[in-house]
Design a protein around this ligand. Structure first.
Ligand SMILES: Cc1ncc(COP(=O)(O)O)c(C=O)c1O
Length: 372
């Protein structure tokens, strides 16, 4: 194996980062603008610069971001929205929260992202009330968002990119946040850009839409002080979270490089023994998760757990098998790829500060588990 990451003293960097975050939080505590403080606008400007979009509207979570995006588009009862059946629940949940119906599509076997063919088959079957499609950049890998946006557009439907897991990923030289009428992300603590609590953001290019989103974020507040022009929510990002995120953004690119190197090492060491994730040509992943596929998942997880290596299963069941979603339709050809993934995927520990010896131990114990 190659010597890992000799150019960064990871422990020192982590300690310095923690100290800078503490200082920046202290600044917020001193000025006392806990909501919509100056750090919010600074963060939004920095995120605009990284997204290739004209506007960034920070908000309280990635789920709120999706819900607010659909509220701004006027999505509601009678509308159907295509979502993947293999994703975190929030993608479909946001559709239900605005009163619309999810239509569950299959995923691509290589990337685990929404399948273009499956989306097409849903449109072919009955496109009458489909108003939009939400792609999800699963595990940090960007979806085929531009192709899906073109397909949706040809049917008069919009695209929203759920980039909750992929902030920083690119495809075709552009940010994964660039396609669609809007894109959304999450700053949940375990995300590649994670805060010290919940947080999210919406990205768009349209000035009118951006204004509506800023209003929805604060109970539909109107131009005239004290007026409310539309329905809204308590959707603001806390200023303290903005302060944390601004500090983490200072090292974000370096952290992505670390994730990339760890993913390459895992791939080289494990690729001949199990199915490891791959990245499509022209795309970059941010490795929110390093997800492999194995046959005897329960046994392997148990073995790893016993030797102190935690693993997670994202996701053990399809979204549409959960109680609130069971009555909604699936793609005409079903969702066999999503179904297969639920029984095989397993995510290994992945974060930028995984030491060399941690990585070696994960690899050797997993190889051992596979031999048993
Ligand atoms: C694909 C996806 N969409 C939406 C969300 C919702 O984000 P949040 O937890 O910030 O509400 C998540 C978060 O885990 C996610 O992974």
């Amino acid at each position: 194996m190659k010597p890992p990451l000799p150019f960064i003293d990871l422990a020192a960097q982590r300690q310095k980062l923690g100290k800078r975050i503490d200082e920046r939080i202290k600044t917020v505590l001193d000025h006392g603008s806990y909501l919509m403080g100056p750090e919010i606008e600074i963060l939004e400007q920095v995120l605009v610069g990284r997204s290739g979009r004209r506007h960034c509207i920070s908000c309280a979570s990635g789920t709120d971001a999706l819900q607010m995006a659909m509220m701004a588009l006027g999505v509601g009862p009678g509308d159907r929205v295509i979502v993947p059946d293999f994703t975190f629940i929030a993608t479909a949940e946001a559709v239900r929260l605005v009163g619309a119906q999810p239509v569950f599509a299959d995923i691509d076997a290589m990337s685990y992202c929404l399948s273009l063919d499956s989306v097409e088959s849903i449109f072919e079957d009955d496109d009458s009330t489909i108003v939009g499609v939400i792609t999800v950049d699963l595990f940090g890998h960007p979806s085929q968002s531009r192709q899906i946006e073109d397909l949706a557009g040809s049917r008069g439907a919009w695209l929203i990119v759920d980039a909750a897991q992929s902030f920083g990923a690119t495809r075709g030289g552009e940010s994964c946040l660039a396609p669609g009428v809007m894109s959304t992300t999450s700053f949940y603590p375990s995300k590649p850009l994670g805060g010290y609590g919940d947080g999210g953001a919406i990205f768009c290019d349209d000035d009118g839409l951006a204004g509506d989103l800023r209003s929805i974020r604060v109970h539909g507040s109107g131009e005239v002080a004290g007026s409310h022009d539309r329905l809204g929510i308590t959707g603001r990002l806390d200023t303290i979270q903005a302060a944390v995120l601004l500090t983490k953004l200072e090292v974000f690119d370096q952290e992505l490089e670390c994730r990339q190197k760890i993913a390459s090492r895992f791939g080289q060491a494990l690729g001949e023994s199990i199915r490891v994730p791959s990245v499509e040509d022209g795309a970059t992943s941010v490795w929110a998760q390093y997800t492999v596929e194995v046959d005897d998942r329960d046994e392997i997880r148990q073995f790893l757990n016993e030797v102190g290596i935690p693993t997670c299963v994202f996701y053990p069941r399809r979204v549409s098998t959960n109680l609130p979603y069971r009555s909604f339709e699936l793609a005409p050809d079903g969702v066999p790829v999503a179904e297969r993934a639920t029984s095989r995927v397993m995510s290994l520990p992945m974060h930028p500060y995984l030491t060399d010896s941690d990585q070696d131990r994960i690899v050797s114990e997993l190889l051992q588990a596979l031999e048993n």
